[in-house]
Design a protein around this ligand. Sequence first.
Ligand code: CMP
Length: 176
Amino acid sequence: MELFDQSADRLPFHDQDEAELARAGATEFSRDAQLRHLQRVPLFSGFDEAELRRVAELSRIVEAPVGTVITQLGEPGDSFFVIIDGTATVRTPIGAGIQLKPGDFFGEMSLLDGEPRSATIVAATDLRLLIVDRTHFWRLLDETPDLIRRILTILSRRVRRLEQTVDAILHGTNPA
Ligand code: CMP
């Protein structure tokens, strides 16, 4: 089965900057195709059709081939991403190899605090991504408080995991 719809945009360059990456989705999927993808994303589970339509209005779906650098550590960031299909690898300053899978999101930190990207994220496979731009991100959070709760829960988990990793590094034990 073909992973990506023919109608979707591809992101052709590995070093494409984020603005270009966001613009690449401009022609987009049809709204119905977009809704079908959104229905599969656990981050939006339990959302009614009106909420999903609102998410669809405030976002776009783009495709990125394996190897695409989606966010670059230290660079400014203006988009929030949710993985619909595929996996991505997170490289933080303390280590590599965190895998993100369908349903996982990233890019929220720079939107929340305005600081540069905290990690480099690379497409480990071809990716289909939902992208929400900065202005739409805040609107989306304002309109769907459930999303705030879900994002905060995941952020708490990431902080805990990071603390365990740092602890393991300091004490020479295996974080796994
Ligand atoms: P942001 O800093 O905007 O861009 C890079 C993203 O990588 C960051 O937001 C998070 O979404 C993600 N990220 C950073 N550190 C981790 C981590 N330890 N585990 C999972 N994701 C992370």
